[in-house]
Design a protein around this ligand. Structure first.
Ligand code: 1GP
Length: 252
């Protein structure tokens, strides 16, 4: 099993190279739509598949991961909304602690419960400071987490939260406006947070156009995540991937 995904992320960051992750929600997939998505992702040179969601109600997660694994070498990283969304069939796990909230269950409680499974799973575990930022509408993640999102105009809070996450030993920071957010995380917030940390910064939630993906990457996001928009329009995979990767041309 691939153990070098985090190493790869930090190498890319050092070289100021940007990456693109497609979020797969198993509830919204069947075998046919998934194989079409994999094909498109291969040709668009997508860097990662993230698999999961705030709430996964189908039992398709494990076979979804297996399906991706047997059809592509693009790494599969679990992005679980709860410990029930874990499978050792993936390559890596975003071990999320909701550091923007004050709900102890999501800061440490669920990790205690999942620790024995995670430890022996063989997954590459990447501790991630997860920051939910207000995206202009209540999202599933803010309801489920029972925690208020970080105000989108308070960049000082975002910056201090990310710094604290890094100093507590988190390997990644993920700023998320929530799936289907009305407003993605602003370029200003991304810029301030990225300038205050040295670990890779993942940004997602409400990104619906290549231009937004480009601006978020340019502002300092190392990995851009898109889910909803691609579910609606598959052709965006190629356009968003090109937009994000266009920033890498200078570093070749
Ligand atoms: C949500 O960051 C992800 O947790 C992606 O959001 O589905 O809005 O692209 P979208």
């Amino acid at each position: 099993m691939n153990k070098g995904i985090y190493q790869n992320m930090t190498n890319e960051k050092l070289q100021k190279r940007k990456s693109f992750a497609v979020l797969v929600d198993p509830d919204k997939m069947n075998a046919e739509s998934l194989s079409q998505l994999i094909e498109l992702a291969e040709s668009a040179k997508v860097d990662y598949f993230f698999v999961g969601g705030s709430l996964v109600v189908s039992d398709y997660l494990e076979s979804c991961v297996e399906n991706i694994k047997s059809n592509t070498d693009i790494p599969v990283i679990l992005f679980p909304g709860s410990p029930s969304q874990l499978t050792r069939k993936a390559d890596a796990l975003l071990y999320l602690s909701l550091i923007s909230g004050r709900n102890p269950e999501l800061l440490i409680g669920q990790h205690v419960i999942s620790a024995p499974f995670v430890k022996q799973s063989g997954l590459e575990v990447m501790s991630t400071g997860y920051m939910v930022v207000d995206g202009g509408a209540p999202t599933t993640v803010s309801y489920i987490s029972n925690a208020s999102p970080l105000p989108s105009d308070k960049s000082d809070i975002a910056m201090c939260t990310a710094m604290a996450g890094e100093m507590l030993g988190m390997k990644l920071i993920y700023m998320d406006a929530g799936s289907g957010a009305r407003r993605p995380v602003s370029a200003e917030l991304i810029q301030r947070v990225s300038q205050s940390i040295n670990i890779p910064l993942i940004v997602g939630g409400g990104i619906v156009s290549p231009e937004q993906a480009y601006q978020s990457s340019k502002a300092g996001a190392d990995i851009i995540v898109v889910g909803n928009a691609i579910e609606k329009d598959r052709s965006l995979i190629m356009d968003i991937s090109n937009a994000v990767h266009s920033l890498n041309l200078a570093s070749i």
